[in-house]
Design a binder for this molecule. Sequence first.
Ligand SMILES: [Zn+2]
Ligand SMILES: [Zn+2]
Length: 390
Amino acid sequence: MPPATCLRCGNRAVIKRPKNHHKLCKECFISVFEDEVHHTITSSKLFFPGERVAIGASGGKDSTVLASVMKTLNERHHYGMDLVLLSVDEGIKGYRDDSLETVKRNAVQYEMPLRIVGYDELYGWTMDQVVETIGKKGNCTYCGVFRRQALDRGAKMLDIRHVITGHNADDVAETVLMNLLRGDLPRLSRSTSIVTGSASSEVKRSKPLKYAYEKEIVLYAHHKKLDYFSTECIYSPEAFRGTARTLIKGLEKVRPSAILDIVRSGEDMARLTPDKNQDACACDEGEGMGGCGSADGRTSGGEFAQMEAKLKATGQIAGFETEVTAKNDSAGDGSVKLPIRGGRGSKERSTAPMQTLGQCIKCGYMSSQEMCQACTLLENLNKNRPEVSI
Ligand SMILES: [Zn+2]
Ligand SMILES: [Zn+2]
């Protein structure tokens, strides 16, 4: 079989894009990937010139790629953004210590200031202590709620109103599917927005890699030789998300565009599900996006670890030589009109037309309840603290 040629420049192709099976050389892949993120950013008007933006950085592949691409695009297209790395130290020994070292190196490599906020300083509990107390089951709920507030609080300490995270198309597709299977359309529609968080938080969230396939993020990190941390979180991810993930992987095998198709279907369903509830946050607190240090390393069966090993050994992903009849979905990503909506709402609350926002009586954090989610969880935890020293 003659070597495959790059669809764009005719050089030798080394990559078959997981997204549409286009064959590309390394340079063209990097450039197409960056152009697509740029398109996502401009078409949804994510930033304004002079905006200070914190990158939620875990040291994992997604947020490292996000930081690298943001630096590149900010310089290339003169976004005029002021970028800062913001890391959360959950207090997970052996996992977070090492990944924070990676973030520290990234700060030097990308010439960005870095702020690290710890669960212990914010809540008086590390995740290791939480797990010691409540066991491994359900700990992602704590981690997710704590994490979201930690990023918000860290951003506020820096006087920054916009946090971007490395959530990718696979993450969004999983969340869409999970909410579809749970019959939770209001939450489904919120999870598809590229910008989340409004009324309940002074800090806006967005995900510039929303249309980027996780596999392409791995490829980008590999070919750009980015310095990232690839060990998985030692605490188990939420089981239902794992199920959704396996389902999506199966679909992707027979239809490479499945991930983006699910994301787009989610966006279309969002348009059909008007969410009047503007008390904001689509982060799928408790069960989704927030857990286990963002999406990094949440894989079933070490698929990405295998992919990375293969890339290191051969520079190619498995199956590159295999001819697959894929439909040519010529990278029509990001061109979708994005419903920008806020809107929190767990099922119980989603019928309420408006919510009054107050402050948590304990910590002063913006909350629609008397006590914010983190404080409610903390109260529970403190009741069960093993050795209480009063
Ligand atoms: Zn090329
Ligand atoms: Zn509180």
